[in-house]
Design a protein around this ligand. Structure first.
Ligand SMILES: O=C(O)C(=O)C[C@H](O)[C@H](O)CO
Length: 344
């Protein structure tokens, strides 16, 4: 039976109600979010045994984060405690052609000040079959990057499948220059078997760009060229996926994905995404869907990626960071029922 661990920072998400601007708000809606905890919660909703590892402050706010994870069935026993505070991110939700805005307030958080040796990875990863991290964790601080490396070394020695979502966040990565960032991400990524990546991630982290042919390229060829180069750079990578969003106008968005292994390419159908309720966590919901898909449809990779894209499509209908949908709901959409009919 699969047992999945994700590792990263869970934060308080504070957002003005509805579509108010920060400057208009007199109070905030409270949720919890974070790339890796979003994946853990979604996987737990799909019925997989899931554990989230992080460092939380030993105070009431840290307790609330833990209770949130527990409420969704995610294991919290490997969490360590200490440090001053829980990270926060402020989200102003955009509308029409005004984009959303994120302001991070996570400096000196418990996760940013985590140090090597604080987590006993040998014990924490005992009996685990899958370990997931993202490029957000090493972006927080050098010591968080070091702990990530500690985890990956142990996971890899134990033969655990390792996945990552590169998740470049331009507003983080403040503690190091471009070269160090490249070295850190190259070392961490070299342990990974399953990778979720987009063109920007590949360019920023590894200086990888689409190879231009004499003929005109298109978006799909560009990303396939990037994926080919990533496979060469990372010999341990078995599968690389990407999501493709088109924003034709504020009211016309589509969502699809591609999954590649070293021999084949699996493309999904294109889903319509309108109206979008909340697009935060779209990539995380895809990642969780892919982890579920690869664990469930073990010899049907087309089905695995079809499940992932349908899952993330549904996420866009849900307020908050997390994809609170069941396998049955995803399967229904995957099989073509996008009617949104009332279930009676
Ligand atoms: O941006 C981050 O660092 C977060 O983890 C916040 C959100 O949960 C994340 O962006 C969603 O993918």
């Amino acid at each position: 039976m699969s047992k999945i661990v994700t590792f990263g920072e869970i934060m308080l998400r504070l957002s003005p109600p509805e579509f108010l601007r920060f400057s208009q708000a007199s109070h905030f809606d409270i949720e919890f979010g974070g790339g890796e905890s979003n994946v853990a919660i979604s996987l737990s909703k799909f019925g997989l045994s899931t554990e989230f590892i992080t460092r939380l402050p030993n105070n009431d706010i840290g307790d609330c984060a833990k209770m949130e994870l527990r409420k969704h069935g995610v294991g919290v026993d490997k969490i360590v405690y200490g440090g001053e505070r829980l990270g926060i991110y402020f989200l102003e939700t955009g509308a029409i052609s005004r984009g959303s805005k994120v302001v991070y307030d996570r400096a000196h958080s418990s996760m940013a000040t985590i140090q090597p040796g604080m987590i006993d990875w040998e014990k924490a990863l005992d009996g685990v079959t899958w370990f997931h991290w993202t490029g957000i964790t090493p972006a927080i601080s050098q010591s968080a990057a070091d702990v990530c490396l500690e985890a990956l070394k142990v996971a890899s020695a134990k033969g655990i499948t390792i996945s990552t979502d590169f998740n470049y966040r331009a507003k983080l990565w403040n503690y190091c220059d471009e070269n160090l960032r490249k070295n850190i991400m190259t070392e961490l990524s070299s342990y990974c078997n399953i990778i979720l990546c987009n063109q920007e991630d590949a360019a920023v982290f590894f200086g990888i760009h689409p190879a231009k042919s004499a003929t005109e390229t298109n978006r799909e060829n560009d990303i396939l060229s990037v994926i080919e180069q990533l496979f060469k750079k990372f010999p341990n990578a078995r599968k690389i996926a990407t999501t493709l969003r088109t924003s034709i106008s504020a009211s016309h968005n589509t969502w699809s994905a591609i999954l590649c292994d070293r021999e084949n390419t699996y493309k999904t159908k294109t889903h319509q995404l309108n109206p979008i309720v909340d697009r935060v966590g779209g990539g995380d919901s895809f990642m969780a869907g892919l982890i579920y898909g690869l664990n469930t449809y073990t010899d049907d990779y087309q089905k695995a990626v079809d499940f992932a894209v349908a899952a993330s499509c549904l996420k866009h209908s849900i307020k908050g960071d997390v994809n609170l949908v069941s396998v049955e709901e995803v399967t229904k959409l995957m099989e073509g029922d996008s009617s949104g009919k009332v279930a009676r």
